[in-house]
Design a protein around this ligand. Structure first.
Ligand code: HSE
Length: 436
């Protein structure tokens, strides 16, 4: 029709995202053809179970269990199966066969992104994965292309919606961690294995991808420092509120300078305080946002749905249109970029601010002793607040906010505080991120 050529599109996987991608490809065929200059013909959908229920009505004859055969006949392969194998093998086969590949598979890209990018580059194919990080939010292409002429200095992301939902309930409705988690689970927000969300593994996979692209460096997923939200307490939420802050699970990728002068990359995930004045503090419920700081562009924020079938399908289709246009115009795909090859630095080299909460003996000389311990370890206090809860019998609560300190110095300080005779307990140590 209209003289368009056909581009054959194969879909691997038909879960909540895949079924919406298939539906939109079929329903919007004419419009997509006009945008691309070629018709996108969905030639098949590979699934494990032909009889499984789908979220969209799709022609039965499109379904096959023979994924290997399907990819060999395609110009564009969309991989939405999840998991590492057989997705990795199928993608490599598709690339070898000359196809462009679009995937939303964060676990696969986090673990094997460089291998797949190399394979694509060798044959001039395009590998795209906008949907792998923060669902519908355009962030991969802005980092890879729109900001390609700038120097990114830091990326702060709320990239896991379910943990944001849990922390938001604790902050706004006073839920306990257990109650908030139960509601998130009832709403189906958590992964089948909830530890992927609440222990920060999902966010760490996304941090790897963001750090690698932002800093043109291969950042292995096991080099990402990771803490989840399971240790976040209602007392920490209250202390955050007193400090005009909110606690968010942040995925951070940052260019930092180590104590010996090495310029490198830090990639880390942890629950952190962020000022209520910071734009990320306004990210409520299950939403995601990525805050980018760049030398020339300054501060940018990308906000929206981080999950959901049709929302994530939007990101997948954007990649499909881009790959299809490349087929029409010709030329190689946008290559992966790891030329900077920076050192990935450990958490000990990170400098940030901290909030330390202590139970201490309420008697003369205690504050001086604690100030001395901070000073001995090169950590400077920015604020100290003491409360004596009713009935606390000679014990006070101290909340210390620090100036920027090196993580290694902070760790030594905390150890010294734990050993100190005037400190009954170190009840919380949490980082404070963001410039606001
Ligand atoms: N488990 C993820 C989240 C889904 O909660 O954001 C999207 O990757």
């Amino acid at each position: 029709m209209n003289g368009y050529r056909d581009l054959r599109v194969a879909l691997l996987g038909c879960g909540s995202v895949g079924s919406q991608v298939a539906r939109l490809l079929l329903e919007q065929g004419d419009e997509l053809a006009a945008r691309v200059g070629a018709r996108l013909e969905l030639i098949g959908i590979a699934v494990r179970d032909l009889d499984a229920r789908r979220d969209a009505e799709l022609p039965r004859e499109l379904f096959t269990t023979d994924a290997e055969r399907l990819v060999l006949g395609a110009d564009i392969v969309i991989e939405l199966m999840g998991g590492v194998e057989p997705a990795r093998g199928l993608i490599l086969r598709a690339i070898e066969g000359g196809a462009d590949v679009v995937t939303g598979n964060k676990a696969l890209i986090a673990a094997h992104g460089p291998e797949l990018a190399d394979a694509a580059e060798q044959v001039g194919a395009q590998l795209s994965y906008e949907a792998a990080v923060a669902g519908a939010i355009p962030i991969i292409r802005p980092l890879r292309e729109s900001l390609a002429g700038d120097h990114i200095t830091r990326v702060l992301g709320i990239v896991n919606g379910s943990t944001n939902y849990i922390l938001d309930r604790m902050d706004r409705f006073g839920d306990s961690a257990e109650d908030a988690m139960r509601v998130a689970s009832e709403l189906g927000y958590l992964e089948a294995d909830p530890t992927l969300d609440v222990e920060g593994y999902d966010a760490a996979q996304k941090a790897t991808i963001l750090a690698s692209i932002a800093f043109h460096t291969v950042v292995p997923v096991d080099s990402v420092y990771r803490e989840g939200i399971t240790g976040v307490t209602s007392a920490q939420i209250e202390a955050a509120q007193s400090a005009n802050c909110v606690i968010k699970l942040l995925a951070i990728a940052e260019r930092i300078t180590a104590a010996d002068g090495t310029v490198g990359v830090s990639a880390r995930v942890y629950p952190a305080l962020i000022s209520r004045e910071h734009p990320l503090a306004a990210v409520h419920g299950g939403k995601n946002a990525v805050f980018v700081e760049a030398e020339a562009a300054g501060e940018l924020m990308f906000y929206g749905a981080g999950a959901g079938g049709v929302e994530t399908a939007s990101a997948v289709l954007g990649d499909v249109v881009s790959a299809a246009r490349r087929h029409v115009i010709g030329g190689p795909g946008v290559p992966g970029s790891s030329h900077a090859d920076l050192t990935v630095l450990p958490i000990g080299e990170v400098s940030t601010r901290y909030q330390i909460m202590l139970a201490v003996r309420d008697e003369p000389g205690v504050l001086a002793a604690i100030a001395g311990l901070l000073a001995e370890n090169g950590v400077s206090a920015a604020s100290v607040e003491q409360t004596v809860p009713e009935g606390s019998e000679g014990t006070a609560t101290l909340v210390i906010g620090t100036h920027t300190a090196r993580e290694a110095d902070l760790a030594a300080t905390v150890e010294a505080l734990r050993d100190s005779a005037v400190v009954t307990a170190v009840t919380s140590v949490i980082r404070l991120e963001g410039n606001a």
